[in-house]
Design a protein around this ligand. Sequence first.
Ligand SMILES: Cc1cc2nc3c(=O)[nH]c(=O)nc-3n(C[C@H](O)[C@H](O)[C@H](O)COP(=O)(O)O)c2cc1C
Length: 200
Amino acid sequence: MNVLHISSSIFGDDGNSSKLATHFLERIRELHADAEIVTRNLAKDPVPHLDADTFKANITAADQRTPEQQQLASTGDQLIEELQNADILVFSVPMYNFGIPSTLKAWIDNIARAGTTFKYTENGPVGLLGNKKTFVLGARGGEYFGTPMDTQTPYLRTFLNFVGITDVEFVLAEKLNMEADKAPQIMAEAKAKIDELLSS
Ligand SMILES: Cc1cc2nc3c(=O)[nH]c(=O)nc-3n(C[C@H](O)[C@H](O)[C@H](O)COP(=O)(O)O)c2cc1C
């Protein structure tokens, strides 16, 4: 079993979303001793923002690319290969300035590739990644779930569905700053929800 963890907290292991992911990965190791876990830390090693040359290189067939295009497409190639190899995806997602971290958006821009992760058909877009059990572990200072200000949940669900990933569970630790005195309890509840999801 291959697990891919995409992390994006600027606080590294101290981030609340990272702590949820650490808990998640500990449980996975208990349940599946043979699990191979790959972590891509987007805050520590950000992937470049997409530009026009890279976009063109990405959608050019590998055997048609110039050496320069091969180089430009190599980041996306590697990110997509990691995704294709994963059976389980786990995203630890902080809320920064009302959205997902910009590093995570850059990752998304690098892996959305027509002909590889999705394709257009006469019946509309079709995702090509194949379904993977996916967990989004979110940490937020305020409370947004179920309101129009939750820019993360619908966006991530829409994007993941677009590339073919429809089995997505969200675990959100909200109000971590708004009700800071209750933060330990909020985190404990989120970890209990992770345990519940992994045991089912
Ligand atoms: C730069 C920055 C921007 C933030 N913006 C928001 C925000 O817009 N809404 C919110 O609810 N919390 C906001 N917060 C609080 C974070 O969501 C909270 O600290 C959460 O724990 C971040 O996840 P992390 O600890 O995994 O990095 C912000 C925190 C930082 C550092």
